[in-house]
Design a protein around this ligand. Sequence first.
Ligand code: IDP
Ligand code: MG
Length: 142
Amino acid sequence: MSKNITLTMLKPDALEKNHEGAILHQITESGFKIVAMKLTQLTKADAEDFYSVHKDKPFFNDLVEFMTRGPIIAAVLQKDDAVEDFRTLIGATNPEDAAEGTIREKYAVSISENAIHGSDSDENAAREAAFHFSKREMFSLQ
Ligand code: IDP
Ligand code: MG
C-alpha cells in the first residue's frame, strides 16, 4: 500500500455526451484526489505518441482518429494503490465485459469508444502524467 498516482483521460465520446460531470463525481466519490486537470485536444502526433505501445495493432489508426476528434479531460489522480484501484473503477476495456457500476459499464459504447483511460502500471502513470502536465501543474507532487 502506498499513495501513488494514475493518469486518466475522459475521452472525446464522454465529453460529446456531457458525461464529464458524472464521471468526475464518481472518481472523487471513490476516494481519488485530483492533483492536476485540464481540458485539451490531442493532435495526431500527440495521440500517436501517447498510444505508441499499440502502433502495430489493427485498431491503431482508428484509435488515433477517435482520440483526436474532440476535446478530452486529462487528470492526474492520487490515492493509495491508484493504478490498480482506478482500473477496477473504470472496468474492462470492452464495456460488454465491464463489471456492473463501473465507469465503462455505465458510459462506454464500444471497445473502441470506451469513455475513459486509466494507466496500467506505476511506470506508465508517471510517463503519462509527464506527457500531459509540467511539474508545476501537478499538486501534491515533488
Ligand atoms: P485499456 O484502455 O483498457 O488499457 P488498451 O488495450 O490499452 O486498453 O487499448 C487502448 C485503447 O485502444 C482502448 O481503451 C480502446 O479505446 C482502444 N482499443 C483497445 N482494443 C481495441 C479493439 O480491439 N478494437 C478497437 N479499439 C480498441
Ligand atoms: Mg492500456
